[in-house]
Design a protein around this ligand. Structure first.
Ligand code: NDP
Length: 333
């Protein structure tokens, strides 16, 4: 049984040496108490927000403890069960340790059905990713037909879903991503109207203005930093700005800088709102059912970058900060 622990709190960009691998003898019998299940990890999700939990700064979830296993979304197979809700052979998803096998008290586990969708999808479009895209866009963005939306981190897990949902609502959709290949994918696979490569575009504000001749009504922000400044100088009156994430600054070591785009918010009476997907738990059943319906109707599609092997979990996580993924980054155990 292998486990990955947090060894050091990363300074700046995480490195493999921030993690420690341990191996226990498989013969150590994992005995179950009533209510418990024995699980074997099948797919492990790596997510940018885990970076925040690796620091000890105060946040909406407590930091990971040093020398303890990292946790993230995992799809696992039930190897043994003393819980009436789960039987041997079932698949479940939940927040679990980075461990090849573990005993869980089954709290927070949801049964997932491999006949309805590939198991990995329950970590992406039918999991936190899809829920984040759907609730952020609909609850804060309040999209209206004919409006223009810009999505940053657009070829990533959340961004690619946001853009597609916005198309379903009849918006003009512009995506920002880091390579030409990703920009092509935005248009050819996800149906965006336009894409901008922030790594090769010199004047981002001008490129956004050109792609959004009617201005920007909604900005779904996954990255923060200078990309967001370039979007915000193009917002319309009563624009809605959804602060979903800020991956471009997660590894910063210096103190935050002040926003110099506030005047654009003031003069446009714009709303900028941060959000955490778990605030919208009451909406999850409706959101999942809607996402599953759109998937079945081929109105939504998704990409995954699947990395193989438990030992590669830290590398897959670190690669998120290099943009190595297209769509959801997942590790297959
Ligand atoms: P992604 O699949 O989007 O992966 C991260 C992507 O970020 C990379 O592929 C890369 O794409 C881009 N990126 C990395 N570094 C930079 C940089 N310096 N500047 C600009 N882009 C960069 O991850 P997720 O979809 O899982 O998450 C997207 C965002 O949403 C994150 O900020 C995450 O923290 C946030 N989030 C928030 C939630 C909430 O409840 N608020 C829930 C889930 C996610 P590229 O090649 O285009 O640079």
């Amino acid at each position: 049984i292998k486990t990955i622990l947090l060894k050091h709190r990363p300074e700046g960009k995480p490195t493999v040496s921030d993690f420690e691998f341990t191996t226990e003898d498989k013969d150590t019998e994992l005995t179950l108490q009533d209510g418990e299940v024995l699980l074997e990890a099948v797919y492990v999700s790596v997510d940018p927000y885990l970076r925040g939990r690796m620091s000890d700064a105060k946040s909406y979830v407590p930091p990971f403890e040093l020398n303890q296993p990292i946790q993230s979304g995992v799809v696992a197979k039930v190897l043994d069960s003393k819980n009436d809700s789960f039987k041997k052979g079932d698949f479940v998803s939940g927040m679990l340790d980075w461990k090849t096998q573990q005993v869980s008290n089954a709290e927070g586990l949801t049964k997932v059905d491999p006949s309805k969708a590939p198991l990995s999808a329950y970590l992406g479009i039918l999991g936190m990713t899809g829920l984040t895209a759907f609730t952020g866009l609909t609850e804060i963005g309040k999209p209206k037909e004919g409006e223009t939306i810009v999505v940053s981190g657009a070829a990533g897990a959340v961004g690619s879903v946001v853009g597609q949902i916005a198309k379903i609502y009849g918006l003009h959709v512009i995506g920002i991503a880091g390579t030409d290949e990703k920009v092509d994918l935005l248009q050819s696979k996800f149906g965006f109207d336009a894409g901008i490569n922030y790594n090769t575009t010199e004047d981002m504000a001008a490129a956004i203005a050109a792609a959004a001749p009617n201005g920007v009504d909604i900005y779904f922000d996954n990255v923060g930093g200078p990309i967001s400044d370039a979007v915000l100088v193009n917002i319309n009156q009563f624009a809605r700005i959804i602060i979903c994430g800020a991956i471009s600054v997660y590894n910063n070591t210096e103190a935050p800088k002040s926003l110099s785009v506030q005047p654009f918010l003031v003069k446009n009476s714009a709303l900028m709102q941060g959000f955490i997907v778990s605030n919208y738990a009451a909406k999850f059943p409706e959101a999942i059912s809607q996402l599953a319906t759109w998937l079945a109707e081929d109105k939504l599609t998704y990409s995954e970058t699947i990395v193989k092997g438990f030992d590669n979990i830290p590398n897959a996580f670190i690669d998120l900060f290099e943009g190595k993924n297209k769509g959801k980054m997942i590790v297959e155990i």
